[in-house]
Design a protein around this ligand. Structure first.
Ligand SMILES: NC(=O)C1=CN([C@@H]2O[C@H](COP(=O)(O)OP(=O)(O)OC[C@H]3O[C@@H](n4cnc5c(N)ncnc54)[C@H](OP(=O)(O)O)[C@@H]3O)[C@@H](O)[C@H]2O)C=CC1
Ligand SMILES: O=C1O[C@H](COP(=O)(O)O)[C@@H](O)[C@H](O)[C@H]1O
Length: 464
């Protein structure tokens, strides 16, 4: 991490923890520590934050799951994803010294009593519980946490929940009601990792810190908005999970819809979490349920002439049930029915096993009225925000073809991060979000009413 960014993150950390007294220790508990997300994302992220001095002093980490494993086993599973340099080996040893693992069940209190005892041994501390678990066990686990593992005295506890937050409006409401009965909203951190991505976070700055965009950011200036996500690989053995959920629940209802809200919302009164989330909810409320007529669904098939994985269709994955009709691709048109956006289509598209990895937002502006150029070459302006790979913002615009000619041509005003910010290393989305959990910032987390609206928009389609 570049020095400037590290300083910013450190000041954020200090700011967030300012009122908690010095020397308060923190315990970060990973429930489901034996699993895929834990090894690929959570342990590596905790290590990067620890390595960069971005967790509070005296922070301890406890893994919890049913499997009889040792901390050494967990370490071996996570190491391939941790990107440890030779020069960091000593620091990594220190990191694992403040890690431990406890085996226990999810549905009985004994394991949670053991967990609480292990936390208590660290002294009076703030507690973060990260549910890296299948949603089927959220209810029992949170009941047990509430009953036996909450912080004491003036210390806080925060619960981090991974998507999927339910399967439709009804199941999501059930989960929300359950969590709402146990914890206050400010204790619940619903992660949508797209909210931790650099260019998704940049949307608000681009929109609200640039005078040039505000007069045209509406139905008078914009013809359409396309938000897309493409991945070049298929289910890769995650077919069991994916087939139950499908691409709409996996990507569109959460990641793409979150991006849409940031593109379409009104300017919030401040950058406070509640102000921003209030505006996001207002936009969602203006979106009507998606109609089947406005949707195209697809499922990838194998290419017999392709290379390697390309030969495999969705139904060739042994973890996918035979004959499944689960979509792996979807395009849907959403309309935001308010004064700013009436008539502007928001086209969301996402798919697995496509030709490339790309996520981007394309804002297409309207035609220039009364084109005076004889060649009729004038094309619409387009503002593209490339989320990944190679973060960039570029504006497609017309310019005079250089030289004697008076013709026009399309060109780009290009802000590519690789060339403009050569020395910056952008943190991973999970790094930002876990740091936010420590500092208590919910700006980039999903509030329960946002979730309600998101499911309202997609549930009828999903049921069809
Ligand atoms: N993996 C990923 O890339 C991503 C995952 N997520 C979400 O994160 C959460 C965790 O995902 P992931 O790590 O892949 O899941 P896993 O299937 O790896 O499950 C995590 C752990 O939970 C326990 N577990 C698994 N199945 C059950 C079950 N049926 N009943 C009780 N316990 C079970 C296992 O631990 P043990 O048996 O030791 O108790 C397992 O190691 C999920 O909500 C997922 O949707 C979100 C984004 C990406
Ligand atoms: O949440 C999910 O996101 C990933 C894509 O994340 P990215 O950060 O690599 O773009 C997707 O592969 C997965 O199916 C989905 O559950």
């Amino acid at each position: 991490m570049a020095d400037r960014e590290k300083l910013d993150a450190l000041s954020l950390l200090r700011e967030g923890l300012r009122y908690e007294g010095t020397g308060a220790s923190h315990v970060f508990v990973i429930l489901g520590a034996s699993g895929d997300l834990a090894k690929k994302k959570i342990y590596p992220t905790l290590w990067w934050l620890y390595r960069d001095g971005l967790v509070p002093e005296k922070t301890y980490f406890i893994g919890y799951a049913r499997s009889k494993m040792s901390m050494e086993d967990i370490r071996q599973k996570a190491l391939p994803f941790m990107k440890v340099k030779d020069s960091e080996k000593q620091k990594m040893e220190e990191f694992f010294k403040v890690n431990e693992y406890i085996a226990g069940s999810y549905d009985k209190p004994d394991g949670f009593a053991k967990l609480d005892k292990a936390i208590e041994e660290k002294g009076s501390c703030n507690r973060i519980f990260y549910l890296a678990l299948p949603p089927s066990v959220y209810e029992t686990v949170t009941l047990n946490l509430k009953a036996g593992c909450m912080s004491k005295g003036d210390k806080w506890a925060r619960i981090v929940v991974e998507k999927p937050f339910g399967k439709d409006l009804e199941s999501s409401n059930q989960l929300s009601n359950h969590l709402g009965a146990l914890f206050k909203e400010e204790e619940i951190y619903r992660i949508d990792h797209y909210l931790g991505k650099e260019m998704v976070q940049n949307l608000m700055v681009l929109r609200f810190a640039n005078k040039i965009f505000s007069p045209v950011w509406n139905r008078d200036g914009i013809a359409s908005v396309v938000i897309s996500f493409k991945e070049p690989f298929g289910t890769q053995g995650r077919g069991g999970y994916f087939d139950e959920f499908g691409i709409i629940r996996d990507v569109m209802q959460n990641h793409l819809l979150q991006i849409l809200t940031l593109v379409a919302m009104e300017k919030p009164p401040s950058t406070g979490a509640e102000d921003i989330r209030n505006e996001k909810v207002k936009v969602l409320k203006s979106i009507s349920q998606v109609e089947l007529d406005n949707v195209v669904l697809g499922q990838y098939v194998g290419n017999p002439e392709g290379q390697g994985d390309e030969k495999q269709g969705y139904l060739d994955d042994p973890t996918v049930p035979k004959g499944s009709a689960t979509p792996t691709f979807v395009t849907a048109v959403l309309m935001v029915k308010n004064e700013r956006w009436e008539g502007v289509p928001f086209i969301l598209r996402c798919g697995k096993a496509l030709n490339e990895r790309k996520a981007e937002v394309r804002i297409q502006f309207k035609d220039v009225a009364g084109d005076i150029f004889p060649s009729r070459e004038v094309k619409r302006n387009e503002l593209v925000i490339r989320v990944q790979p190679d973060e960039a913002v570029y504006l497609k615009m017309m310019t005079k073809s250089p030289g004697m000619t008076f013709g026009c041509e399309e060109t780009e005003l290009d802000l590519s991060y690789k060339s403009r910010y050569k020395d910056s290393k952008l943190p991973d989305a999970y790094e930002r979000l876990i740091l936010d959990v420590f500092t208590g910032s919910q700006i980039h987390f999903v509030r329960s009413d946002e979730l309600y609206e998101a499911w309202r928009i997609f549930t009828p389609l999903l049921h069809k």
